[in-house]
Design a protein around this ligand. Structure first.
Ligand SMILES: CC(C)(COP(=O)(O)OP(=O)(O)OC[C@H]1O[C@@H](n2cnc3c(N)ncnc32)[C@H](O)[C@@H]1OP(=O)(O)O)[C@@H](O)C(=O)NCCC(=O)NCCS
Length: 255
């Protein structure tokens, strides 16, 4: 989806101010509709032999399409971050840890970036970064109201309400908080993953919830572990009826 990448390029200089100054991020997105009838010949152009064999092994068409979309978006983002002039698609391999966490290996580059993948509705998206990162995209829906006690405290709801314009609908507000916590869970490398209520929203720093003026949030990871940074910055916005959340280490006071 060239649209999301165009937004990223336009807005990154402003978004950068919320993250560590050393953070470099790259977004990749793929429209899933373009992949539903993808053949093995075509997929084989972009996937390594291992990836192709995994892809052909999925029996459910939806999962097959989402998995492929996530891999293509991740390769695109990683190649952008690594600055490869000619991309060796098959040599840039997206693997997964036992718990599902994706990572990148590259035959031509010594240092591979961090990667995070998400799929929802019509889109697969991936974020590549030189620091730990988390990405989540989420379609809003009424179901979020039924599960809100599982992921949102009253204090967090209050912070969101006061950080966003009054006209911002509750469904969209809750969906953004859900996506933000999913992005934090994906970024922080703990086993088991952080629980939704373990992650605490500390502060909202305003914003309109748009790509140009995203909602900026600060979270605490809430678990005593070397892998858990004290604070995490998350930028949230709505674009194309999807909630987007990107997590990365925040700017430190020393920067
Ligand atoms: C992993 C999880 C955070 C994904 O979030 P989601 O909103 O349901 O789905 P999304 O489409 O946004 O994200 C899916 C992607 O998250 C990534 N992911 C999966 N596990 C992950 C983990 N432990 N850490 C970071 N990212 C992970 C994968 O790349 C996955 O896409 P892929 O399977 O196509 O590669 C969520 O499903 C979850 O909590 N799962 C529980 C996993 C678990 O406990 N597994 C135990 C197995 S040992």
């Amino acid at each position: 989806m060239a649209f999301a990448q165009a937004i990223f390029e336009e807005c990154w200089p402003r978004w950068q101010q919320h993250f560590s100054q050393t953070a470099r991020l790259q977004l990749g997105t793929v429209e899933l509709a373009a992949l539903t009838d993808c053949t093995s010949d075509l997929a084989g152009h972009y996937l390594s032999a291992d990836e192709l064999s995994r892809w052909t092994g999925f029996s459910q068409k939806k999962r097959r399409t989402e998995w492929l979309g996530g891999r293509l978006a991740a390769k695109w983002a990683a190649a952008g971050l690594l600055g490869e002039a000619t991309v060796d698609w098959q040599g840039l391999v997206i693997r997964s840890e036992e718990d599902g966490r994706p990572y990148v290996t590259s035959v031509s580059q010594p240092v591979a970036p961090f990667i995070s993948i998400s799929h929802s509705g019509p889109l697969a998206a991936a974020l590549a970064a030189n620091l730990p990162c988390g990405l989540d995209i989420q379609q809003p829906g009424a179901k979020i109201h039924r599960v809100k006690e599982r992921f949102a405290s009253l204090k967090e709801e209050d912070i969101l309400k006061t950080s966003l314009p009054k006209s911002f609908p509750e469904t969209e507000r809750l969906t953004m908080l859900w996506a933000a916590k999913e992005a934090v869970r994906k970024m922080v490398q703990t086993r088991p993953l952080l629980g939704f209520m373990e992650i605490r929203l500390l502060a909202g720093h305003g914003g309109q919830g748009t790509p140009q003026k995203p909602l900026a949030l600060t979270f605490a990871s809430g678990r005593e572990s070397a892998a858990c940074p004290p604070n995490i910055a998350v930028l949230c916005f709505f674009a194309n009826n999807l909630a987007w959340a990107m997590a990365c280490p925040p700017m430190s006071t020393k920067e």
